[in-house]
Design a protein around this ligand. Structure first.
Ligand code: SF4
Length: 69
């Protein structure tokens, strides 16, 4: 289990898109889920976020965006 998976919220505790101003696609240049520290992409699974409800796409964005280090 990697670090991201360990700190992922249970699905019922994740935020709905409306609460985090989710954008599909991102209107914030260079900022998108695929570059975010909260983004989880596991082989054979749909991408998801540590704190926001599915669906999550690499080209999207939300208020909780945090640049991956
Ligand atoms: S931008 Fe928002 S929805 Fe996308 S991975 Fe980051 S925290 Fe999750």
């Amino acid at each position: 289990m990697n670090h991201a998976a360990k700190t992922e919220l249970p699905p019922a505790q994740k935020a709905p898109h409306a609460v985090v101003a989710y954008e599909h696609p991102s209107a914030h240049e260079g900022h998108r889920c695929g570059n975010c520290a909260n983004f989880i992409r596991a082989a054979g699974e749909k991408p998801r976020c540590r704190t926001v409800q599915n669906p999550i796409r690499a080209e999207d964005w939300c208020l909780r965006y945090k640049e991956k280090q």
